[in-house]
Design a protein around this ligand. Structure first.
Ligand SMILES: *Cc1c(COP(=O)(O)O)cnc(C)c1O
Length: 337
């Protein structure tokens, strides 16, 4: 099977498994797991942030950030298609008792003036605006990357209005591979950042939440209360550290492969609009003789897995376990349709 459904499907290779088997471990709830401590220190330094905390999933990392930044009844500003709003099971309401102010963006990206216009006045009728959350790259935006100027403008608006600014950077390294900024610039623009180790970086499990020491202290308490404090987590931490050290530099290759597949799709009459391919995600419209479902079935008959994300749209995601040969095979199949 050639599995393009998500970049979460990667499985550890022998080198990563070896790093996991050789990991020194201890009880991470006691802060005694050397591999987790090393991973957290490595990531914090990389982003120039005071501390990092390992989490079982990106969802938990984002949800802890929302909880740590807000009080019950606050309002959270994010884009309509954000993962934290669409794909976290209503977690902002469920976990943090906050309401969301969703803003329509351009393929997932919002602008500083939209944030400014969405801040509630200090009025007892209105929910206090407390947090802004951005996503980079934007999953439902087809892997779109934020413009750095837009981020700094939003960061300034947040500072001026005492709002916390969170980044869902599940695929931040994909954005960094295509833009000029450094992790440290991101570290200075945001109050907290979530990065996923189990997406394009190929670790089996885990995300990191980054922020100030005070923020991470609060977050560790929330993680414990939610049952996310793990014991000998270093086996997973070692995979994460291996991923950060070895699998970041190759992301651009995934992006080139995505472009090649998009070019092949573009020649087909039953393919409608293809979102601009900026990173490792291709989202395209299906029309004419196929529906998203029937085309996905056709792919599957040929051992290629893709995911229909609506009646008319399909998503393809490139990742570590997709080889150049698999890309060629897929292009040949598309050409044959
Ligand atoms: C995958 C993803 C997450 C976190 O997902 P988990 O499956 O919980 O690790 C968060 N945000 C975005 C944009 C994602 O794509």
């Amino acid at each position: 099977m050639i599995d393009f459904r998500s970049d979460t499907v990667t499985k550890p290779r022998p080198e990563m498994l070896e790093a996991m088997m050789n990991a020194k471990v201890g009880d991470d709830v006691f802060h005694e797991d050397p591999s987790i401590n090393e991973l957290e220190a490595f990531a914090a330094d990389m982003f120039g942030m005071e501390e990092a905390m390992f989490c079982p999933s990106g969802t938990m990392s984002n949800e802890i950030a929302v909880k740590a930044h807000t009080n019950a009844g606050d309002e959270v500003i994010c884009e309509y298609n954000s993962h934290i709003y669409v794909y976290e099971g209503g977690g902002i309401a469920f976990n943090s008792f906050c309401q969301v102010r969703p803003i329509p963006g351009n393929r997932g990206r919002i602008k500083a003036h939209q944030v400014l216009d969405s801040i509630n006045p200090d009025d007892i009728h209105r929910a206090p605006t407390r947090l802004v959350s951005l996503e980079n790259t934007c999953n439902r935006g087809g892997g779109s990357c934020y413009d750095w100027n837009d981020i700094t403008e939003i960061s300034n608006v947040c500072r001026d209005h005492h709002l916390n600014l969170h980044l869902d950077g599940a695929r931040l390294f994909n954005a960094l591979a295509e833009t000029e900024q450094t992790p440290r610039q991101y570290g200075s623009a945001f109050d907290s950042i979530n990065i996923c180790l189990s997406k394009g970086l190929g670790a089996p499990v885990g995300s990191l939440l980054l922020g100030s020491s005070a923020f991470i202290k609060k977050s560790r308490r929330i993680r414990k209360v939610w049952g996310g404090g793990m014991r000998q987590a270093g086996f997973l931490g070692a995979a994460g550290l291996f991923a950060l050290k070895n699998n970041v530099h190759r992301l651009h290759d995934d992006h080139l492969r995505a472009l090649k597949i998009a070019e092949a799709l573009n020649k087909k009459s039953f393919i409608g609009e293809i979102m601009p391919v900026e990173t490792n995600i291709i989202i395209f419209e299906v029309k004419g003789s196929y529906t998203a479902k029937s085309l996905a079935e056709k792919f599957k008959e040929n051992q290629i897995l893709v995911i229909p994300i609506s009646e008319t749209k399909i998503r393809i995601v490139l990742h570590l376990d997709i080889s150049p040969a698999m890309v060629n095979e897929t292009i040949q199949f598309i050409d044959s349709l």
